[in-house]
Design a protein around this ligand. Sequence first.
Ligand code: OXD
Ligand code: MN
Length: 601
Amino acid sequence: MKDIAPAIFPPNGIGDAKPANQAVLDWVHEIGTLTQPENIFWCDGSDRENEFLIAGSLKQNVLIKLNDKKIPRSYLHRSHPNDVARVEQFTFICTPTKAEAGPTNNWSEPGETYTKLRGLLKGAMRGRTMFVIPYIMGPPDSPLTKVGFEITDSKYVVLSMRIMTRMGEIALKRLGDDPNAEWNRGVHSLLDVDPARRFICHFPQDNTIISVGSGYGGNVLLSKKCLALRIGSYLARKQGWMAEHMLILGVESPEAKKHYVAAAFPSACGKTNFAMLIPPKHFNGWKVTTVGDDIAWMQIRDGRLFAVNPENGYFGVVPGTSYKSNPNAMKSIEHDTLYTNVALTDDSDVWWEGKDSAPPKHAIDWRGNDWTPDSKEKAAHPNSRFATPMQNNPVLDREVERGEGVPISAIIFGGRRSDTVPLVFQAFDWNHGVYLGATMASETTAAATGEVGQVRRDPMAMLPFCGYNIGDYFRHWIGIGKRLTNPPLIFNVNWFRKGTDGRFLWPGFGENMRVLKWIIDRCEGTGGAVKSPIGWLPSPHDLDLQELDVQHKCIIELLGVDHEEWQKEIAAHEEFFESLGDVAPEELQKQREQLAARFKL
Ligand code: OXD
Ligand code: MN
């Protein structure tokens, strides 16, 4: 199944929501003249429009309807087998100078890149419909909210954007008719879905994104990684706020005392699971609620950090999702969900590796081929995804629409590390916390193309998403700290540490509540800790481990700081900073020296 499909022709009253803003009209005219579509479809985000597009997509084989009894109003899409993940090697930051993009981004000169992309887009939409999608990122009445327009020749993109963003009329209203208003220009064309002609290009100075040659969500839902993180981080620095690759969750005690926490984990490290955590029985009366599962936009108010989730839905990794690992995600994806690259059962249900049910005797795999449990291939692609509206989430936080955001008590960094990094520890202060974020590392997963299982440094989980020089990004973090009179406490967690037998030491999932509880205790000033060279560490008795089936020796291992491993770790930090050239700020070099010195005390 390919998304490339001929034009569709809507009846009167659908596809004609032309905005009043002349700057938008001029831009659409310019892209239309270049790409030569058969017709232009102005989206309004209405139910009627959605139904029309779904019907057209089913007819054109862009979507498969799933079993309405089992998963009502849900559909399956298959992307091209060569197009199943973000492509960091073809992702570019096109700032006027290479130095502005910095050492961690692919850079490409803006003038030449526009010329190359215009060449590729010339006549690219012939015979196709060009959709114009207006959307906002952020709650409707937030000062942080941004307007974007995405032009695309993919119906799958339109249908996904309706789930992932607040789309249509709301954006036209927010933009108004001022031709000088700030808005993001996004152009996407599938072209011929050829990896040799696949480029995801960002022009931060022009607030513009051009993505060609892909139909995979992370490359083409331009609201998400492209606007909310890459362009967003650039705008955030310029405008004095923060755009981060973080989930946001609320934790409420049985006494109704509530804290909000933001957490940065690299792609596919369990952000969605953590954001929807169900506390174990022992924590009766505690509630965890979700504000966001992937992106946080944060601003300073009264000396504190306040966060909003700019998105409207979840675009999560499917394999491994089950009633055991994440019941709230399972409930969220049981209806009104758009699946990509999962397996299709004979009764039009969906299946994936790690689902609760036993494998079906026969299915159609993510490539569209027959599959049985004896097949060598996986039934679902490891990076197969769901797109589902956040309103489906049974534990959606009630403040999710609050324009000023929710006050953040703690920031958590974490990666997937088999060794070295303890289950949890706390930074001594803000700058030490920035150092923890800056030196974060994780073993790679299937969310991006490339080898799986390699340890890579991923500062603040923003390595693929920081839209400007990473050294300036670190400086921005340090600068934000100076403006906060009541900063969040900063923590590091690692759910993935393994014992000498190669098995995970920590059960994870709902049991992570025990770590979260210690973090909240620290925010409340009640949690105990011991000083270690790497930060404040809980002693086993500082963690509530009642009714937990983990041996005491495993807890000791989980909280251990091995001096030899940390000597290697500090050397790896130094190597990482060296690999960045001389961009890392002085403060972080100082933090490293202090860390090394603390081991010598
Ligand atoms: C995502 C990612 O899809 O980080 O959220 O890759
Ligand atoms: Mn992500």
